[in-house]
Design a protein around this ligand. Structure first.
Ligand code: NI
Length: 388
């Protein structure tokens, strides 16, 4: 059935749209041309109620003939500030901006799924809501804005997908439960007392104190957290001093905290501040401490994930299925699964035979376009299945 509705025409469309989007990338929160293109393309299908939840996002609602549940499917549309180094004929036409994460493919696949499903309105029970999201790559992210604009109102289930160049084409990854971490951030300033480097006894050396702080922060993961739980605490910036003979007044550092468990997430800022207070006080310095929560973790729903597992096996066979290992990266898809149960799936799009092996966000990143029609099939199949 799905193999019949995803026609040769649809396969051509999805690749054509992906190439157009690839040539015209736009940065997060600036997706004006992209969202216009998506809006106009959706309007051309008929049967869809198309709207703009925010300035650069698009929503299309397909309301079936019989009442039922509401399924939302989300694609992200933004590109990255990277100068493309690929040489195919449809490379980015914008210097310094590139679709280096596959969001062009996500948008094209969801457009194609909307085209297929809009032609099947009579057989659809309930509603399919297509969410074309801006700004996935830049905190605070577009998902939160779209949710605030009401796109999840009345939604019972939500689905999202990411093409992955490091997973081989033909493979589909699912994860039960926690899949992507909550990426939180911290900033610490160690405030000592500066002075001449020849007289360290007359100062409170912020560099020596901050160096101890970096070491002691490692204890939060290794000594304060259950070894069977997942947590990352990394200092990623350390800024101090201007000369070889001056002990600086202060040191600035910042970093990231990645976790899945809400209790651990709540405890880390307290532990970080406790260590900071202890170390600075012990050496006669003071501190400033800032902590900011990022996206929530992406936690997949077991029942919906099981349905996707069945769809993958139905369409592509048992050998296509892979259990995808959770990772400590963040993804603002969590804003949707905070509102309704859902699942985020991975579509393999790498192909060493074609030289498609570069990691995401690399200037030579690309996806095997043969993955796109299969992604459309998976969206269509799982939409019909979840709403049946
Ligand atoms: Ni991405």
């Amino acid at each position: 059935m799905v193999n019949e509705v995803v026609t040769e025409q649809i396969k051509e469309d999805v690749i054509k749209w992906r190439r157009y989007l690839h040539q015209h990338p736009e940065l997060s929160f600036q997706e004006d041309e992209t969202s216009n293109f998506v809006y106009d393309t959706l309007c051309s299908f008929g049967n869809l109620a198309v709207s703009r939840p925010t300035r650069t996002s698009v929503m299309a609602r397909l309301i079936g003939r019989t009442p039922g549940k509401v399924l939302a499917i989300r694609a992200d549309m933004d590109a990255l500030p990277i100068q493309e180094e690929n040489t195919f004929e449809y490379v980015s036409q914008k210097p310094g901006v590139m679709h280096a994460c596959g969001h062009d493919g996500h948008t094209a696949m969801l457009l194609a799924a909307a085209k297929v499903l809009s032609g099947m309105q009579d057989t659809i029970k309930g509603e399919v809501r297509f969410l074309f999201q801006h700004a996935e790559e830049l905190f605070p992210g577009g998902a939160k804005e779209m949710v605030e604009a009401g796109v999840m109102d009345g939604v019972d289930m939500v689905l999202g997908a990411h093409l992955l160049s490091t997973m081989e084409i033909g493979k589909y990854g699912i994860t039960y439960g926690a899949m992507m971490a909550a990426p939180d951030t911290f900033e610490i300033t160690v405030c000592g007392q500066g002075g001449h480097a020849a007289h360290p006894h007359k100062v409170a050396d912020s560099v020596a104190i901050a160096a101890q702080l970096v070491s002691n922060i490692q204890h939060i993961v290794s000594r304060n957290t259950d070894p069977l739980e997942n947590l990352v605490v990394s200092v990623t910036q350390f800024i101090a001093g201007t000369a070889h003979n001056v002990i600086p007044e202060s040191v600035y550092m910042c970093g990231t905290v990645r976790s899945f468990d809400p209790m651990i997430r709540k405890t880390v800022p307290q532990l970080l501040e406790r260590v900071t207070r202890g170390i600075t006080e012990a050496h006669g310095a003071t501190y400033e401490f800032k902590y900011e929560n990022g996206y929530s973790p992406v936690i997949n729903d077991d029942k919906i994930t099981a349905q996707l597992e069945e769809s993958i096996i139905d369409l592509f066979g048992q050998s296509a299925l892979e259990l995808f290992t959770p990772c400590m990266g963040g993804e603002d898809f969590s804003a949707y699964v905070d509102k309704a149960p859902g699942t985020y799936i991975i579509i393999g799009a790498g192909n060493p035979d074609k030289g498609i092996t570069y990691e995401h966000h690399h200037p030579k990143f690309t996806v095997d376009e043969d993955a796109l029609p299969n992604g459309v099939k998976l969206f269509v199949h799982s939409a019909l299945k979840l709403l049946a």
